[in-house]
Each structure stands twice: as C-alpha cells, then as structure tokens.
Design a protein around this ligand. Structure first.
Ligand code: PAF
Length: 280
C-alpha cells in the first residue's frame, strides 16, 4: 500500500494506473475506520482494480469543537487498510486541501435543505465541496458511499449528475446485526437495555416498508404509524421522521422509490436509520 499526502502525487499515481488500463475505485472517509467502511472497501475491491481510500477529517463540515473532538487513530486505520489490501491511502493535511485563499464551495441548492437539512445546509455544502475536490484530485471511475446516510448520498448523486462528473456512485447497503439494527460505532456506547430498545428502529421502518409494498401511498399517515411504533418503546424519544420520495426528498412527490427515515434519541444518543423501498 502506498501512502500519499498531496493532490499532485495522488493524481499522478492514479493517472499512471489508468494508462495501464486499471479501473479506479475511491472510498472517501473521515478516517477512524469501522465495519461500515470495511464494507465499502470490500465492495470497492470486488469491482475496481485499484482501491484508493481517502482519510481526511474535513474541517469545513464540523463545528470547531466537534472537529477537534473527532476521533482519530491513523495507526489503526493503516492496519485496516493493509489488511483489506487498499492500494493507495490518501492522507492529506488540511493545508494542502484548503490552502490560503481557498474560497470556493460546491452547493446542491434545494435538495440540501430538505429532510433534516434546513439548519445544516453549511454541513452539506462542506461535504459536496470536499467530495467534488476528491473527485478532481483522484479521478476515480467509481466512488463508494454507505446507504446509512441517505441525504449525503442523494446530494452526491445530484452533484455528479449536475456537474457531469464521469464517475459512477455505488451505494453500499447498511450492514445490520441479527435483530436488524444498523451497525454503528455508536451502538457500543449503549447499555444492554438501550441496545435492546434500539431494535424498534428497524422494526418500525420494516413495518412501513411492508405497508408501502402492499400499496399504501398515504405518506403522512405512514409517517404517523412510524412515529407511534417508535414511541411504543419507552426508552426512545423520536427526533425526526420522514416518508418521502427518494429522489426529491418531498412527501408529496411519488417517483420510483420511497425513503423511510427516522432519527431517535436513546439514552441521550442520537441514532438514525432508513430504508428505501421501490414503489409497487
Ligand atoms: O461520510 C463521510 O464520511 C464524509 O461526509 C465524507 C463523504 C468522507 C466527506 O468528508
């Protein structure tokens, strides 16, 4: 595995690989790799010849305190990348990504403000900015993102289409425990009782999925069913729910797929999950 720290070097190395006929897969991350990242790397290894993992805690997408507190463990990340045979680890520092005078942002306009985005447009603008920069710095054929964060995924797909990036976005399914709970490093901070209570989240999402598959289209009623199922678990406080068109994130638009999304608090920790279902 090669560790590369500058945009010029990674682009030169990747262009050389491409001249040799190799297909390039990019896994963008914030580092501190977990099981979800491993699933992205494994998928990238399956359908790309060369796997590049970028590890960069993007300061623009965090408030200052959260940026400073973001967990970092480069040694452990290196071990994960080596074990999973990542070919290139792109490990830039902030100054090379945002040199003095950096003054450009890439923003997906209306979509960014939907779902939970109204108050955190700045965050999504920062995500699309860094992802666009990574796409230009690495020029991958494919880039891999988890379905765990559906809003981010939808914005990146929109940006790729709107800005004509010749890159295929591969959405990798969320890994789940036996009881359906989405794997997340946050789960390990729950008590046994809280972890048990979290089971209601995938159960409620699946119930609404089943109703949609049976032909129910009344989304606001479906959202109420979702809320009441979640509230049936006494340790759960519902924070945000949505049953919306997957492409536009609007409740009253009916396209090919429906996104069912929920964010809850359990024991003071905010946990999210979602399912996307094809409309019958
Ligand atoms: O989902 C993430 O890990 C980050 O938002 C991303 C896509 C790597 C951009 O910093």
């Amino acid at each position: 595995m090669r560790i590369v720290k500058t945009p010029a070097k990674i682009l030169a190395a990747i262009r050389k690989e491409r001249r040799n006929g190799k297909k390039i897969g990019l896994v963008p991350t914030l580092g501190y790799l977990h099981a979800g990242h491993e699933a992205l790397i494994k998928r990238a290894s399956k359908d790309s010849d060369v796997v590049v993992l970028s590890s960069f805690v993007n300061p623009l997408q965090f408030r200052r305190k959260a940026y400073e507190a973001y967990p970092r463990d480069t040694e452990r990340d290196l071990a994960v990348c080596k074990r999973l045979r990542v070919d290139y680890l792109f490990l830039p520092v902030s100054k090379v990504i945002y040199p003095d005078g950096f003054d450009t942002r890439v923003e997906v306009k209306d979509l960014a403000g939907r779902l939970e985005g109204a108050s955190i447009r700045w965050h999504y603008k920062a995500v699309t900015t860094i992802v666009a920069k990574l796409f230009n710095m690495i020029e991958p054929d494919k880039a891999y993102f988890g379905k765990k964060d559906p809003h981010q995924l939808i914005l990146i797909k929109r940006m790729v289409a709107d800005l004509n990036f010749p890159i295929k976005i591969v959405a990798v399914p969320t890994r789940r425990a036996k009881d359906g709970v989405a794997l997340s490093s946050r789960n390990s901070t729950l008590t046994l009782e809280e972890r048990r209570a979290l089971g209601v989240l995938p159960t409620a999402l699946k119930k609404v999925e089943a109703l949609i598959k049976c032909g129910r289209t009344d989304r606001s009623a479906l959202r109420k069913i979702l809320v009441s199922m979640l509230e049936s678990e006494k340790l759960v406080t519902v924070d945000f729910t949505a049953v919306v068109d997957e492409a536009t994130l609007l409740e009253d638009r009916v396209g090919r797929k429906t996104l069912i999304y929920a964010a809850v608090f359990i024991g003071g920790k905010r946990l999210t999950d979602n399912l996307v279902v094809k409309n019958p």
